[in-house]
Design a protein around this ligand. Structure first.
Ligand SMILES: [Fe+2]
Ligand SMILES: [Fe+2]
Length: 177
C-alpha cells in the first residue's frame, strides 16, 4: 500500500491533481484485506468504516472501484483509473527488487521488468493482462491514450525508488541483521 501511495502521489503531481487525495487512495485501498479476505467482501465491507472515519468520498469511490467485480462499482474518475493502474504493477516492481542480490529498488530498471513480463513464475500473482488493461484505461482517461506501458512502469518505478526506505527496498534486506 505504501508503494501504491508513492505511485499515486507521483501521478497526482504530474496530472495537477491533489497528491494527498491520490496518495490516500493508494495507502488505504487494501486496508481491510485482513478483515475481509475475499474478493466479495473486500473492500465492500470496509467502505462504511472509511466513511465513518471521514475518508473523502472520492477516495472511498476509488477504493470501491479497484475491485469492480466484487463491489459492482465501476471506475469513473482519473483517480479511480489511476488507482487501478498503480495497484498491481507495484507488485511487479517489488518482485523485481527482491530478486536482485542487493534487494534495492534503486537498482531496478524498466528493461528488467519488461524482460520478465512473460515469465510466468516471476511475480506469479500479478495478472499481466489486467495490468495492461488497467494501464490502457488510465492512459485513455488521463493522458489521451499517450501513456504507454514502459512509461507507466518507469513512472511507478521512479516513484517507488523515491520511497525506497519506507518500502524496506533500500538494500537493508540484503544486509545481515
Ligand atoms: Fe484490493
Ligand atoms: Fe492492492
Amino acid at each position: 500500500m505504501l508503494a501504491v501511495e508513492a505511485a499515486m502521489r507521483s501521478y497526482a503531481a504530474r496530472l495537477g491533481e491533489d497528491p494527498e487525495l491520490w496518495g490516500l487512495a493508494g495507502l488505504l485501498h487494501d486496508w481491510d484485506w485482513e478483515i475481509h479476505p475475499t474478493l466479495e467482501s473486500h473492500p465492500r465491507d470496509g467502505a462504511p468504516r472509511l466513511r465513518e472515519l471521514g475518508c473523502p468520498e472520492p477516495v472511498v469511490q476509488a477504493i470501491l472501484a479497484h475491485n469492480e467485480a466484487g463491489t459492482g462499482v465501476a471506475a469513473d474518475s482519473r483517480l479511480d483509473f489511476g488507482l487501478r493502474a498503480c495497484d498491481e504493477i507495484t507488485g511487479l516492481v517489488i518482485a523485481a527488487a527482491l530478486v536482485r542480490p542487493t534487494k534495492d529498488v534503486r537498482d531496478v530498471e524498466v528493461r528488467s521488468i519488461q524482460k520478465r513480463w512473460k515469465e510466468k513464475a516471476f511475480a506469479a500473482g500479478v495478472d499481466r493482462t489486467e495490468v495492461e488493461r488497467a494501464t490502457a484505461d488510465f492512459s485513455r482517461v488521463a493522458f489521451g491514450g499517450a501513456l504507454a506501458l514502459p512509461e507507466h512502469i518507469g513512472q511507478v518505478l521512479s516513484a517507488m525508488q523515491g520511497a525506497a526506505a519506507a518500502l524496506d527496498l533500500d538494500g537493508r534486506l540484503a544486509r545481515p541483521a
